[in-house]
Design a protein around this ligand. Sequence first.
Ligand code: ATP
Length: 238
Amino acid sequence: NQSEPLLEIRGLTSHYGRIQALHGIDIDVRRGQLVALVGANGAGKTTLLRAISGVQPVSGGTIRLAGADITRASADQRVRAGICQVPEGRQVFGPMSIEDNLKLGAFTRPKGETAEQMERMYALFPVLKEKRLLPAGTLSGGQQQMLAMARALMGKPSVLLLDEPSMGLAPLLIAEIFRTVASLRDQGITIFLVEQNAHAALAIADVGYVIETGAITLSGPGPELLDNEQVQSAYLGM
Ligand code: ATP
């Protein structure tokens, strides 16, 4: 069904003990879209991503993937269903080669596909091909972020969840990472991007959502949100 969202979140709530971190979140991610969720430190971005990937308990609401209710599915079931999260801080395996890191990402797929999928990743990320036999730990921060994305894509996810890919990177590398994320979308990959860097994220997003203290306060086409006065004064220092 082309009209239903690939990822549909309705009324999602989540608690840390008695503290409610998410208050009825509604989000749609359609096939082929790049959707960005922006918000300040502590607004609930990571909690929401973790709830989607199944490592944070949900206290109410639903998460559907291609129409199927996955609200109670385990994290492993969700990966196999096509949700793959690239964690904040990247977490590549430093001593292992780039190629071996990529192979790890293919664990849910038939062995026979690995080589072909790896060639796709090298086409998307040429720098990884050049360095494929080197330990991942020798890559720069931006390159490690690319490896983490490529590793996630080895599993051919239907939706890629990105947690603050620009975190800790120098400005030039941040621009490169956002260009890379936009090009993945241009290749047809569906992406849900969570970012504190609201300007860069909204500039490339088809659809943006603003989260404040656990609730969505604004949503709309990314560039439209960029022009929104409320967003500009709260997040863009204008
Ligand atoms: P950041 O950009 O810093 O990761 P965030 O938008 O991802 O921020 P969350 O980490 O999701 O925000 O936090 C949302 C709220 O939940 C915050 O008020 C935070 O203090 C609270 N919180 C997060 N983790 C825990 C925890 N393990 N125990 C209790 N409260 C938590």
